[in-house]
Write a protein that binds this ligand. Structure first.
Ligand code: MN
Length: 322
């Protein structure tokens, strides 16, 4: 579920002051045996608020997909937020956590100076039992990124009605898993001003948002219109700060998809981060140090994970000469 970041995933962020919605296509790849689409980072964008990584997983088109298995691997400087649409997954980490995750629940793991974890998908077969979901990383600010590792499971998250475009309710619902939206506030930790919600709009919805935030719209299963601009599944729609309201609408020309979802991610524009493999830092030297500590089995920084899966070795960073 946590895929490594390649150097060529990264690019320069475009200026944040352009109007309207900018749609960027994600990159298809395989992580832990699962087909995924990585919509962040992309060549055009490194962060949206503190959100710095968005992988959309499954469902697998194969009749009998392989179970997702991601063996023990490290993280620094970020929180992982795991959110499922179908199937189940088990998370194990170096705090000794073992936690089952179901759709509508949040697993939030915070690395600080260092953590390691493993993930095992239980979604078997196809249809509603197949594993599908989204894996998100949140870059930690300077105040917490050198601090303690942590894990929290949130099984009960607030749900809000989506207001219709005409000012009435009944345009669907929003499950808020990080931050506040439509008066619903998630109990989950956040280290910077941030929002994360799963929207299920049944018609055009007008959603009040924080004008200090930039936002990403990630459609799951069906295209949506964002302020009238088409955003396809497998793409990320970016909206610059300065907006008080976003209009999100199921594609009126498409078939009705009751299982379609839209992920809304936002936050105050974040400082520039350095990312490589499973690490988020500020400098290349910090990335190199984390790589050495993981490859050197530094059990203080990255304690062992109780998992039967095989530990994942880090590749050599391209800037390190043999
Ligand atoms: Mn991971």
């Amino acid at each position: 579920m946590s895929g490594p970041v390649r150097t060529d995933d990264l690019g320069e962020d475009p200026p944040a002051d352009h109007p309207g919605v900018t749609a960027t296509e994600g990159r298809r790849t395989i992580v832990g045996g699962m087909p995924i689409v990585r919509v962040l980072p992309t060549k055009g964008r490194r962060t949206v608020g503190a959100w710095c990584f968005v992988d959309c997983m499954g469902p697998d088109d194969a009749a009998e997909p392989d179970p997702m298995e991601v063996g023990p691997h490290p993280h620094i400087g970020l929180s992982t937020a795991t959110w499922l649409f179908s199937g189940e997954a088990v998370h194990g980490d170096s705090l000794g956590t073992e936690q089952l995750l179901r759709p509508g629940q949040l697993n939030l793991m915070t690395a600080g100076r260092g953590i390691a974890h493993a993930e095992l998908g239980l979604g078997q077969g196809t249809g509603s039992r197949a594993l599908s979901g989204i894996q998100l990383w949140i870059a930690q600010p300077e105040s917490t990124r050198h601090g303690d590792r942590a894990f929290a499971h949130h099984g009960d998250l607030p749900v809000a009605d989506l207001p219709g475009a005409g000012g009435t309710g009944g345009a669907g619902r929003a499950t808020v898993f990080v931050g506040e939206l439509l008066g619903a506030t998630s109990p989950a930790r956040r280290d910077t001003p941030l929002v994360g919600a799963e929207l299920a709009p049944t018609e055009a919805a007008s959603i009040p948002v924080d004008p200090a935030f930039e936002h990403a719209i990630v459609p799951i299963g069906a295209r949506v219109l964002v302020d009238g601009a088409v955003v396809e599944p497998g793409w990320l729609g970016h909206v610059a700060p300065g907006r008080h309201e976003l209009r999100v609408e199921p594609d009126p020309s498409g078939p009705v998809r009751p299982d379609a979802r839209v992920m809304l991610l936002g936050g105050e524009p974040f400082e520039r981060v350095a990312m490589w493999w499973n690490f988020v830092a500020r400098t290349q030297d910090e990335l190199t140090e984390a790589w050495r500590d993981w490859q050197g089995h530094d059990d203080d920084r990255f304690p062992q994970v109780p998992s039967g899966l095989e530990r994942i070795d880090a590749p050599t960073p391209p800037w390190v000469r043999g």
